[in-house]
Design a protein around this ligand. Structure first.
Ligand code: GDP
Ligand code: MG
Length: 151
């Protein structure tokens, strides 16, 4: 099973959307294998968004991501990375399709509620930044054989 790192950004937490957004992933069949509320240290936010260093929005993005608590989720599932990205919708809330998380809950470009890893390499790096090995659970729900057509 593939793993991906999701962050419910400070705007999602402050708007009371932790349950709504997490619930969508649960209902889809992505398995929660790690979950915590945390305030991101600046050094972690800088490493997380290192690919955007130098862009005009980078400094503001790091300030935003560290301004108040976020919820970090580690989700596991077949094609979890691509599935979670599809469920998030396009980067800008103003452009994201209805039915997606960003499309349904916001219009902002910068304050777009959620982060999701965009590749297996990014997922490995980001999971390592936000979770210690013993904070990730390995568990097999009994229902999994039906969710994934294993029987
Ligand atoms: P994502 O992978 O869909 O989150 O998008 P990116 O990796 O391209 O950008 C990372 C984050 O930076 C986005 O989720 C936004 O919060 C922010 N961001 C991206 N582009 C812009 C921009 O043009 N302006 C501003 N203010 N923020 C941006
Ligand atoms: Mg990105």
């Amino acid at each position: 099973m593939e793993k991906t790192l999701i962050i419910l950004k400070p705007d999602a937490v402050q708007r009371g959307l932790i349950g709504e957004i997490t619930s969508r992933f649960e209902k889809k069949g992505l398995q929660i294998v790690g979950m915590k509320l945390m305030t991101i240290p600046a050094s972690i936010a800088e490493q997380h968004y290192a690919p955007h260093k130098g862009k005009p929005f980078y400094e503001g993005l790091v300030r935003f991501m560290t301004c108040s608590p976020v919820v970090v989720l580690a989700l596991a599932g077949k094609d979890a990375i691509v599935i979670a990205r599809k469920m998030m919708g396009a980067t800008f809330g103003s452009k994201a399709e209805p039915g997606t998380i960003r499309g349904d809950y916001g219009v902002s470009n910068a304050y777009n509620l959620i982060h999701g890893s965009d590749s297996p390499e990014a997922a490995t790096k980001e999971l390592g930044l936000f979770f210690k090995a013993d904070e990730l659970q390995t568990w097999k729900p009994t229902i999994q054989e039906w969710v994934y057509d294993m029987t």
